[in-house]
Write a protein that binds this ligand. Structure first.
Ligand SMILES: C[S@@+](CC[C@H](N)C(=O)[O-])C[C@H]1O[C@@H](n2cnc3c(N)ncnc32)[C@H](O)[C@@H]1O
Length: 333
């Protein structure tokens, strides 16, 4: 199954544009700039987004990229578990609802969405965007601190997604947060984070905790052994998305696209029916003689070269991309 489009669904893009229309461009531009500076300085959202203008600047300049990363990670989960069809989902640290929109894009079966955030402003805007540009699902807004015990008082969800939210939690709090979110998951839990060495390292701690709790790793890792990548290397992926007009205007960006780097982990209560035997964890490097791939396979990280003269293998591999799973045994790749 192919990956979903990384672009915002048209009704959502229109709902965002309607909210940007009539706002002073200069003010939005100033806020978009401040937003990037604050996020670059690793300030949490609670200090970064202070009013509706900040939130709209986020909608125009950051949400398209977080949506693109989350929808790609969810597409990877669908690729591994094609029979999974969640109806109830929880968007943890929802912001403007990027994960909820992404889940509804990947699974039209999603009929009940719970949006959880500690920001009343984000919850109000996310609910409005869902109403005007979202799926025909029942929406519940939960204002809570997801790092606090008993933040969620609901039956477990088929799908729980935390998009760019763990990155704002203290490392010491992560094990307890993960345990609680796993207890809230009846199907799959997906965590998407910025594609940085710091966030990868933290995600690997989360992964160990989830494995200890009995979770099955569905993607991206083709095994549940400790991550074989050693610092300074780190596992991350990339998605290219078109920059919308508002984004270019607010960021003064010239390029018509941007690449969002992200790290992710999808785990489930059940194993994938036919798990991948390897995954491509870097951009394939094509040369005159063949293609080099960086793979995570068989509990180990390896580089492999497939020469053009090995026609059968080369043909199988040449259209594969960074992030794709491989299902053949490593020696046949
Ligand atoms: C970087 S934003 C990501 C928003 C959205 N998920 C996305 O991908 O665009 C992080 C979000 O997590 C929320 N958040 C951070 N820590 C939280 C906590 N302890 N409890 C509830 N929400 C939290 C913030 O309010 C913010 O909306």
């Amino acid at each position: 199954m192919s990956l979903p489009s990384p672009e915002l669904p048209a009704p959502l893009a229109a709902a965002i544009e309607a909210r940007l229309a009539g706002r002073a461009q200069a003010m939005l531009r100033e806020r978009a700039l401040l937003l990037s500076e604050r996020y670059r300085a690793r300030r949490p959202t609670i200090e970064t987004i202070r009013d509706e203008t900040d939130a709209l600047a986020y909608a125009a300049t950051r949400m398209p990229a977080t949506f693109a990363a989350i929808v790609t990670a969810l597409g990877r989960l669908r690729e591994e578990s094609p029979d999974f069809a969640p109806t109830r989902m929880l968007d943890v640290g929802c912001g403007l609802g990027a994960a909820a929109f992404a889940a509804a894009t990947v699974w039209p079966s999603v009929a009940e969405i719970a949006l959880l955030d500690r920001s009343a402003l984000f919850l109000r805007l996310a609910t409005g965007l869902m109403r005007d540009g979202g799926p025909p699902a029942a929406i519940e807004a939960i204002q809570a601190d997801f790092a606090a015990p008993r933040a969620i008082d609901a039956a477990p969800f088929d799908l729980v997604v935390a998009g760019y939210a763990f990155t704002e939690i203290a490392e010491t709090e992560l094990p307890a947060v993960v345990e609680r979110l796993w207890a809230q998951t009846s199907g799959a839990l997906v965590i998407v984070e910025p594609g940085t060495p710091r966030d990868h390292a933290r995600l690997m701690g989360v992964r160990s905790r989830l494995v200890a709790l009995g979770a099955h790793i569905i993607a991206p890792c083709p095994h549940a052994a400790p991550c074989p990548l050693a610092a300074p290397d780190w596992c991350h992926f990339s998605v290219r998305l078109a920059r919308r007009r508002a984004h270019k205007l607010l960021k003064g960006a010239k390029a018509p696209f941007e690449d969002e780097r992200f790290a992710y982990l999808a785990v489930g209560r059940r194993n994938a029916p036919s798990p991948a035997s390897a995954r491509i964890i870097g951009p394939p490097r094509a040369g005159k003689a063949g293609v080099s791939l960086k793979l995570c396979a068989d509990k180990a990280f390896c580089e492999t070269f497939i020469p053009k003269r090995d026609k059968a293998r080369y043909e199988k591999i040449r259209r594969k991309d960074w992030g794709d799973p491989l299902r053949a045994p490593a020696e046949e790749i």
